[in-house]
Design a protein around this ligand. Sequence first.
Ligand code: NAD
Length: 350
Amino acid sequence: MRVVLLGGAGYLGTAASHHLTALGHDVTVVDGLIYHRGDDPAALLPRTARFVHGDLRDADLLARVSTDAEAIVHLGGIVGEPASQLDEQLAVELNYASPMIAAEAAAGAGVGHYVFFSSCSVYGLHEGTVNEDTAPNPLGIYARTKVLAERRLPEVLGGTALTSLRLATVHGASPRQRLDSVVNKMASHAASTGRIPLNGGAQRRPLVHVGDVARVLAGVLEQRLTGAWNVGSDEENHTIGDIAATVADVVPGAVIDRGPERDEADARDYRVSFASLQRALPGTCSTPLKDGAREVADLVLTGAITNPGQAQYDNHRGLIAAVTSGRVGRLATAECRRYGTEYTSAWKAS
Ligand SMILES: NC(=O)c1ccc[n+]([C@@H]2O[C@H](COP(=O)([O-])OP(=O)(O)OC[C@H]3O[C@@H](n4cnc5c(N)ncnc54)[C@H](O)[C@@H]3O)[C@@H](O)[C@H]2O)c1
């Protein structure tokens, strides 16, 4: 299958590009390398993948790469609340306008399938267990852009089939490593300092391994599964305290430093049901937390990563560096303005 991965040079996209090419798919990656500091994408991507450097708000570029594609996968954008809150207009351009511009291009080129990377963050704070039918409760800009994009995409796509993947928090090693999500942060910190800072240990987080996400994407593309899917597994709904304890188990000698009970900066707390995905693609999300934690700790312990504190591993600090150096910024093109206005009125109306 001819697949275009928009934002495919990132943490999830590089892992997915290796998996998809290994399965025999023809992969093109389009990325602006926002967080990269001159590293060669060829070193991150499989030899057989094509790489196109560009901006995912560029309608002409997106129309060009959509020609002849059988599936478009949108993994671009800003990830997480802290980075999204740096500049709301930029977040709306990258996380709402860009998926819409890509959807227009896909529909215009007659692409059969569009896969949108969303997040379990859309559920925010919820009592009990949430599933795909639970009403979203976005707690910030990041979650809001995902909710509104999921809602609007079907109309923009017309006859192109849509899949929205609502990912649990991802962990594990990837060619383009991120260390800013909960497991990767604790594991890399524990491996480099021997300490595991723990705040708000009671909050729950659903987790999924980066390799499992790549397997889910392949399954979704090959079986043309459409609609919204929570991506993870029921067994991997952990509390932050469980995560710290697991990291302490896999990093020899690491000690947990307990801080205040709740981290008010991130109030997300939910248990997610992954039953639908488990029925459709059984066994795809079976990699446990301890495997991902060990992989990340090993990157530090073996010296593959020498300074886990570098901004390139952290999307929030990486975005500040990218904006400061001009690698990314607001474009305010006609499309960005149109979708920005639409986003604002959709949010006010909801
Ligand atoms: N990693 C997680 O824990 C997680 C969890 C839930 C959802 N997601 C979603 O999965 C997707 C991929 O996440 P990731 O962890 O791989 O993120 P990432 O930041 O590692 O990768 C995103 C890539 O998109 C590129 N990009 C972003 N905006 C662009 C633009 N306008 N033009 C060109 N390139 C652009 C960046 O350069 C980067 O390489 C995102 O949509 C994210 O919201 C990730």
